[in-house]
Structures are given as C-alpha cells and as structure tokens.
Design a protein around this ligand. Structure first.
Ligand code: LMG
Ligand code: NDP
Ligand code: PMR
Length: 396
C-alpha cells in the first residue's frame, strides 16, 4: 500500500515544470517539436477557422468586457496562438482561486470563474491581484441543474470558444448528522461534486469539440482520500460505491438512501464517494470520447491543501491541528499557491496532454502519472455510474 504520492517510486513519466518545454515534451503536444514557425502556421489556421459570434450586449453586462485576444502579431508579422479560454468552477476560493490566479498571471489565458457567489468571486479575484483583462466571473450554482444548463447557455452566448474546462468546486460536510439536498433533491455532496459537474461537462463537451485550440482539455479534481490503495484512503469512513443502488434510487432519502451504496448517511463518506465518481467519470469520458474528439481527459490529486475552505464545516480543533499534522507528520501538505500552480500545469503545460490519466506530484513538485484504486479504475463501475448519472441529470 502506498502512503501517498510522494512515497511512491518515482514514476516513469516524472518530470518537473520548467524542464517540460524540451523538444521531447513538445512532441506530445502537437505531434512534432513546436518551433516558433510551426506555432505560427498552426495559429493562422486557428484564426481562419474561428467562426464564432462575439458577445451579445446583454451577456456582456453580466460577465466581463474582454474578448480574448484572438490575434497578436510579432514584429515579423507572424501570428501567435490566441489566448485560451478556460472555465474553472469554484474559483472563488482555495485551489480554484489559486489556479485562476496562476493562469491569469501567465497572460495566455482568459479565465472564466464559474462561481455560485458572484460578488465573492469578484472580490477574491481583485484581492488576488488578477488583472481584469485576464478573467471574468459567470454565475454557476452546481447545486441546481437549471443553473448548470443556464450557465452553459450563457457561456455559449458569450461567443467565446471553450478550450479547457476545470471541474474543481466541491463541498464537504464531515460533521453533518443529517443530509442536505440540492435543488433537484440529490444529497448535496454527490449532487454538487459529481452530478452538477457531470451535467456541466456533458453540456460543454460540444464546445470543447468545436474549439480550434491545439490542446483541449477536461480536467476533474480527484483526491487521494477516494483512493483506497493509499493510507489516506484507508482512514474511516472509506469510499465505497457498492453496487450503486442508492444512486439508482436518486439519492433523495425518500424511497432510497442518500448514499451511493445504499447505506446510512455519512457526510465524510459521501465526499470521498463523490471523488471516486469524479475519477471514474474522467476515465469514462476518455473511453467514450478521446479518440473521436482528441480532447484530453484527466484528473489529479494536487496534494493536501489543509488550509482551504473545504474544511469550513469541520470542528475547530480539526481545523487547528490538521495543517501542522499534514505539514510535519504526513508531509502531504501543500500550499494553495503551489497546488494552484500544479493544476495550472495540468491546464496549460504542453507536456501534460496525456488522456485518461490521474496526475500527482512528488515532494519536489514533479508531476507523475499515479495509480487509482481498484474501485476508482473499475471500467464496469464507470459505465454504470455514467448511465445512472445520465438518467438523474435528465440526459437519458
Ligand atoms: C472525524 O473527525 C469525525 O468524527 C467523523 O465523523 C468524520 O467526519 C471524519 O474523516 C472525517 O472526521 C475526526 C477528527 C476530528 O480527528 C482525527 O481523525 C484526527 C485528525 C488529524 C489531525 C490531528 C492530528 C493531531 C496531531 C497533532 C499535530 C500537531 C503537529 C505539530 C507538529 C509539530 C512538529 C514540530 O477530531 C479532531 O479534530 C480532534 C483532533 C484531536 C487530536 C488530538 C490527538 C492527538 C494525538 C496525537 C497523535 C497523533 C498522530 C498520529 C499520527 C502518528 C504518525 C506517526
Ligand atoms: P474550497 O472550499 O476552498 O473551494 C471549493 C469551491 O467550490 C469554492 O469556491 C466554493 O464556492 C465552490 N462551490 C461549492 N459549492 C458550489 C456550488 N454549489 N456551485 C458552485 N461552486 C461551489 O476547497 P478546495 O479549494 O480545497 O477544493 C477544491 C477542489 O480540490 C475540490 O474538488 C476538492 O475536492 C479538491 N481537493 C482538495 C484537497 C484539499 O486538501 N483541500 C485535497 C484534494 C482534493 P464558495 O467560495 O462560494 O464557497
Ligand atoms: Mg488525512 C499519508 C498520509 C495522509 C495524507 C496524504 C492525507 C491526506 N491524510 C493522511 C493521513 C491521515 N489522515 C492520518 C494518519 C489520519 C488519522 C489521524 C488522517 C485523518 C484525516 C481526517 C480526519 N485526514 C483527513 C481527515 C479529513 O477530514 C480530510 C478528509 O478526509 O476530507 C475528505 C482528510 C484528508 N487527509 C488528506 C487529505 C488530502 C484530506 C482532505 C481532503 C480531500 O481529500 O479532499
């Protein structure tokens, strides 16, 4: 059993950001080494095939006013790659905000911060020092399927191409005695973390397909705690989807259980189960769509970011002790800033285009392809999860 990412034997594909722009790594991006001239040839075709409409006035009023730079020319008149558009859900705090900031600072991305609290997100972006031309906020409440559908419509009306979607938002209710529910009546943790994102990703897949960007990606944030092949994944309560009978029943606590496996409500387990769903979903997307669309589907464990809002519902003593425990005892601790850089690499790094993989980082912050637990990599479970989720979100 592996203790955590950093204890695993250094992986086959381990490499450090910064070294990643060598020719060998570039070749994973476009199939050939990315010389400037190839880049500019490529982007001219990008520009020619860019047929989308631009922002309608109504939507502009709610979102931001910048249309990402589609062209920019070097002094020799060579065109370079346009700014990419990346949606990050839950970008108003923690990992999502740190990722949005890291991407905005690269200057090559327009970050669409998809958040349930518009004002909080605007304030967070401002206090993180993000420049206005690099982001915009759009409302998305993953606890309502109507809101998810409306977000997809709003995004489409903005006329922006979609190049990368990051499913990052999550809730965690470790001390809840009773379940709470989404607008559609699903237990909240699985409803927000899995079902809301499942619908969002399905709705926006068409947009990713239509994008002319060289590397289009769908990234879903997973976790070590959903993987029972690690020590962290063996701290009770353990993730276990069972035969998915609770999900089949709608997770509504009426005729059925609120837990995927049909058991008694347990908030910590519901969160870990939802992370297993996230990791299974990424693989099922890969199996169904990677070959046809060329989109990269990946998930990751960014490290233990013990200081984020995820633990807001935990007891005060836990919130006090958890960061030093992770820092000095497990050594799994990572700062929000570092974790944001990691996720930003998965969005943007030309060497991280492999599809169907689960990324982790070692103590030197070098990324490697990690192994999922047996359950989190079970193709039959992934398929059944996909089919049941489709029914619940009204796609089948
Ligand atoms: C449970 O809470 C809920 O009850 C349950 O319903 C469910 O929600 C579950 O998974 C979710 O959480 C349990 C949680 C809450 O307690 C724990 O499991 C422990 C959390 C771990 C954090 C505390 C570790 C304490 C270590 C001290 C760290 C200080 C480090 C300083 C380092 C300085 C070095 C220079 O309960 C609490 O939050 C109460 C926590 C009280 C813990 C006090 C116990 C101290 C014992 C210390 C032993 C520690 C270490 C173990 C690891 C040893 C490895 C060598
Ligand atoms: P935070 O609580 O800081 O961030 C979660 C974000 O999700 C917040 O911005 C929150 O919005 C948003 N959110 C919650 N509910 C909804 C909703 N209904 N609709 C839209 N957005 C919503 O936690 P983290 O940054 O730690 O978590 C980010 C991701 O990282 C999660 O997927 C988590 O599972 C994962 N992760 C975290 C680890 C950690 O150690 N912290 C470890 C492994 C994975 P608001 O700001 O309005 O509350
Ligand atoms: Mg865990 C190698 C050790 C390791 C790592 C990397 C994590 C990550 N944790 C480890 C070990 C332990 N944890 C041990 C030994 C204990 C018992 C003291 C322990 C306890 C613990 C609790 C109570 N850990 C927790 C909790 C939570 O409530 C967090 C959780 O499960 O959220 C779902 C959590 C976490 N430990 C982690 C990580 C990354 C988390 C949090 C978040 C997440 O998975 O998204």
């Amino acid at each position: 059993m592996a203790l955590q990412a950093s204890f695993l034997p250094s992986a086959l594909s381990a490499h450090k950001e910064g070294k990643a722009n060598g020719g060998a790594k570039d070749s994973a991006f476009l199939g050939v080494s990315l010389s400037e001239s190839i880049k500019s040839d490529f982007s001219s075709s990008v520009l020619r095939s860019h047929k989308r409409n631009h922002l309608s006035a109504g939507i502009r009023a709610q979102t931001a006013t910048t249309t990402p730079g589609v062209k920019s020319s070097s002094p020799e008149g060579k065109k370079t790659l346009r700014k990419g558009n990346v949606i990050v859900t839950g970008a108003s705090s923690g990992l999502g905000l740190a990722t949005a900031k890291a991407l905005a600072e690269m200057g090559r991305w327009n970050v669409i911060m998809a958040c349930r609290d518009f004002l909080k997100a605007e304030k967070a972006a401002k206090s993180a020092g993000m420049a206005k031309e690099n982001y915009q906020v759009m409302h998305l409440d993953l606890a309502s399927l109507d809101s998810v559908r409306q977000f997809a419509r709003n995004f489409r009306q903005s006329g922006l191409p979609l190049d990368v979607l990051v499913c990052n938002a999550a809730v965690y209710f470790p001390t809840a005695k009773e379940p709470t529910y989404t607008a559609d009546g699903f237990e909240m943790s699985v409803g927000v973390n899995h079902l809301g994102h499942f619908l969002l990703a399905r709705e926006l897949l068409e947009d990713l397909k239509a994008s002319d960007y060289p590397s289009r990606r769908l990234i879903i944030v997973g976790s070590i705690t959903g993987n029972t092949n690690t020590l962290a994944g063996n701290i009770p309560p353990k993730a276990n989807l069972g035969d998915l009978r609770g999900l089949a029943g709608g997770l509504n606590g009426l005729g059925s259980s609120t837990m995927i496996d049909g058991g008694e409500f347990d908030g910590a387990k519901a969160y870990k189960d939802s992370k297993v769903c996230n990791m299974l979903t990424m693989q099922e997307f890969h199996r169904r769509y990677h070959e046809e669309t060329g989109v990269t589907f990946a998930s990751l464990y960014p490290g233990c970011i013990a200081t984020t809002g995820l633990f807001r519902e935990h007891v005060a003593l836990f919130r006090l002790l958890f960061p030093p425990f992770q820092k000095y005892i497990t050594k799994g601790f990572v700062s929000e800033e570092e974790a944001g850089k990691r996720l930003a690499q998965v969005v943007s790094n030309p060497s991280l285009t492999k599809s169907g993989v689960y990324w982790s980082w070692n103590n030197n912050s070098a990324s490697f392809e990690n192994q999922l637990s047996e359950e989190a990599s079970d193709p039959e479970k992934a398929q059944r999860l996909w089919q049941l989720s489709e029914k619940l979100v009204g796609l089948a």
